[in-house]
Design a protein around this ligand. Sequence first.
Ligand SMILES: Cc1cc2nc3c(=O)[nH]c(=O)nc-3n(C[C@H](O)[C@H](O)[C@H](O)COP(=O)(O)OP(=O)(O)OC[C@H]3O[C@@H](n4cnc5c(N)ncnc54)[C@H](O)[C@@H]3O)c2cc1C
Length: 565
Amino acid sequence: MIRNLPQQWDMETDLVAIGSGIGGLSAAIAAHDEGASAMVLERADKVGGVTALSLGELWVAGNHLAAALGLEDSVDAGFRYLRRLSMGYGDEALILNKVVHAREALRYFERTIGLKMRVVRDAPDYYYKHSDDAVAEGRLLEVEPFPAQQLGDWQEKTRVSPVVPFGMTHEDMYGRGGTANIARWDFELMGERLGNDIRCLGPGLVAYFVKAALERDIPLHTGVNVEELIGDGERIIGVRATRDGKDLFIKANRGVVVAVSSYERHQELNKTLGQQLEPISYVFDTIDGANFRLAGPFGARVARVPDITLLGYNIPGEETEEGHPLPRGAMTSIGLPHVIVVNGAGKRFGNEAFYRQFNYTVDQIDGASQTHPNFPCWAILDTQAKDKYPFGSIMPDQAWPTGFGLQADSIAELAGKMGVDAQSLEATIGGFNRHAEQGEDPAFGRGTHPWSAWMCGDPFHKPNANLGPLNKPPFYAVELKRMGGSAIPAAGLLADEHCRALGWDNQPIPGLYVAGNSMARMETGAVMQSGISNARGMMHGYLIGHHVAGKPSELLQQAIARLAP
Ligand SMILES: Cc1cc2nc3c(=O)[nH]c(=O)nc-3n(C[C@H](O)[C@H](O)[C@H](O)COP(=O)(O)OP(=O)(O)OC[C@H]3O[C@@H](n4cnc5c(N)ncnc54)[C@H](O)[C@@H]3O)c2cc1C
């Protein structure tokens, strides 16, 4: 191992958590509560990470909150669900580890920090009706609204989200028909919450953890960019960071956690590790693959799972805090009635209402012609969709901004503007319409996943929440762009069941832990389920905190023994 000791240390603690999202914060808090000291280092000028941008969902199988509502579920069903859907690309022991510890971590943080979560009612698993081990509701959780005044001086320094309506809970949104029915939302309540800085969703979730860190006097250092790990030849014993251009050496007596998320703002890594070409992204500039730069020199092993390419678009005039064009995800628009997506041949290529199917096909390569047959692609909608549903942040009664999208009075004219074959596009829409009127999609099975209706559809639209014909002119087309996976990456650092980073010899690298999206997704393999990422970060923190304090969890071994034939 590298030996790169500094002449002297500037600070010292037991556990250094790099990154102030749910992974870093929960590790620091659990370490503190189990008897070790901890510190959080954050490169940005605000804490909260991508966690604070998110919808704040946690996916926890067999949790006690669902049980209290009488909703049936179990660890075993959750394990079978993920194991089957991971398609062999995950690691069975780590899948089980995730399922047993996510529920344990939930109870733990409820007890220790006063985290308040509740079941998102009527939110089905992605594969409900397509997997025997899926549930109709109970595994998806969200936080109770958090009054951010409780953060004191850190209220302004704790991130909120430019892309989710964090004045609303899931119940407020989806209980009233979801984003398709935004006009039915209670905007008075939203205004009241925002006016009083009461945070829901991701901003609410992370605020609970920031508050807990503050209550424990865990130092949160912002503007501190960790540049390298420090080893003594045998273990990782600290970090070198820079603050205001000056070096800062911080000693970590028991360990360092790399919880810096993924590489979504690093286009070269998107290409070489994620196999995604120039995706647009929601996330901020510090999500640039520091996990690999930091742990790589110490021989940390990297793993990758199959991944999808999301789609999005930019609305002229919308920018991120850092001045990038602000992306809008296409997922919740393209599964609505009267909307489809076509490729350059004017053909549909998947179930637009179920991104786990649809988005695997976006970057599919046709080896015969060495092309991406499904990219570029366009969302196509008619006037019924435009008049009824929002498109990103554009409300139904709003005119589309100049330069956004294409408009035409006929399908043929629209095809001409898009540069696709008019007959092909007419045939595609004609075929889709015939079945959509009956609420069916024999080509791709759109509208058969209850999750699609809940998340991407209009539940009030009959006969199917995700299907309606495109037959009212004018027609519209929006060219879609590749979009990053909301910081949920294909590749990450491999770790064991205690979140210790593994070397290429499969042995833990002493003193080095990984949490959250910095860790390879061996707990999910080929599958994803909304809420897994935040739940992973939280349970990684739980595991690291216990391990670093000399109290490693034994739950996995117990579960393995119980499940052994
Ligand atoms: C719009 C959106 C919605 C989402 N919704 C959900 C959801 O509902 N449920 C779910 O499970 N997931 C969701 N996700 C994904 C989820 O938010 C992330 O997977 C999760 O927050 C990752 O947490 P983390 O702790 O790994 O990283 P983060 O929360 O991103 O924290 C990492 C931090 O590390 C810092 N950092 C980076 N490099 C350094 C360095 N060298 N030194 C110091 N600090 C550094 C970064 O600035 C950042 O603050 C969503 C994401 C987005 C964008």
